[in-house]
Design a protein around this ligand. Sequence first.
Ligand code: AMP
Ligand code: MG
Length: 422
Amino acid sequence: MNDKIPSQPSCIDPFEPGMISLNEALKRINQRVRAVQACERLPIRDCLNRVNNEAVKSPRNVPPSPNSAMDGYAIAIASLVEGGIAELEEVGDAYAGRPFAGSCGPGQCVRIMTGALIPEGADAVIMQEQAEVAESGRVRIDSDHRAGENIRQTGEDVKQGEIVIEADLRLSPADLGVLASLGLAQLQVKRKPVVAFFSTGDELSAVGTPLQPGMIYDSNRYSLHGMLSRLPVDIVDLGVVRDNPEAMREALSEAAARADLIISTGGVSVGEADYIKPALADLGSTEFWKIAIKPGRPLTFGEIDNSIFMGLPGNPVAVMVTFNQFVAPAIDVLCGTSMRQPLLVPARALDRLRKRAGRTEFQRGVASLDENNCWQVGKTGKQGSGILTSMSRANCFIVLPDDNDGVEPGDEVSIQFLDWAI
Ligand code: AMP
Ligand code: MG
């Protein structure tokens, strides 16, 4: 007796008919998601991570006038003695915000501090460490200096009329500083997209309540909320939706009425896909994707009215991986900017990593610098898509491409740090 049941295609197979690549999924997301259109004018502090609507042209030069880059002495280079030492008369002080009122003539110098306006007549600043004060009080300077030395020139950072920040960029702390350096108090940015999300599953219990047999706590809503909180979006938490088509339809219509993007978790694997699928078929259009990644193979992507819908798998690690790889890039596009490219860094594997060719895997790793300041990476332990502690212990994904069929200690792998959106 050697009978066997022939296995249907499933998520344990490396290849499956109809599977699309990670890049193909990103391409489709990029094509379908539309940026929010409305804008608002905000104080620049509130513009962090927001997307500016128009290019910012500078109304002024930065710095607005020449000033000193050092503490020292402002002089006219012509006062120096070729091959010898000049002894200059100190005629005053210049401080940042308190300029020297007079001018610096031949044979004279002005004591000057960093950021102070260059006095009239001076064309160089000699660092105080390169000058000597004689007993007479005169300042001795040799001839090894040049005009323009230690002077920050007008407009050397930004020229009036120059575009300092292109349109449709996510604003960084440095950008806020640049805007302030131009004297701009407010900026027009695109409005925040609204993102609604819910968990699905009859087995889900709320934290803070006793756990009945067969139930588990709903962790996805917490990791999702955490990831969304790092992005420039308004968040609507729609709670847990039970596994029935009516509840699913209600949740989806409510979400579509309120949000630009709807995220659900669970109910997209083969056994349960039917709960989300018919609801979506009634309310909008949807595509069911099998993406060649692990974890996170099934993903539903579609539209309900003017909202984008992304149905993530239920397994907690798959939720975080698919959020990182697909939802965060979709949110970039929704915000009005281009998708960020994942930053992959080479690292030396410390462990043997099991993998079959066929899908891109996101194993969870702990990266550290070795004695030569090169990255090395070990795995966090068990890699099942339900092992959520593998995410909390990790500081990076070990990204193993489709064609990789296993890693030996010492092999080079690519890692992606989790500080982007996770
Ligand atoms: P599903 O895709 O709905 O079949 O879910 C796949 C696995 O993920 C099941 O073991 C679920 O119990 C688990 N799961 C689904 N939703 C959640 C959730 N919100 N929190 C924790 N585990 C979940
Ligand atoms: Mg479920």
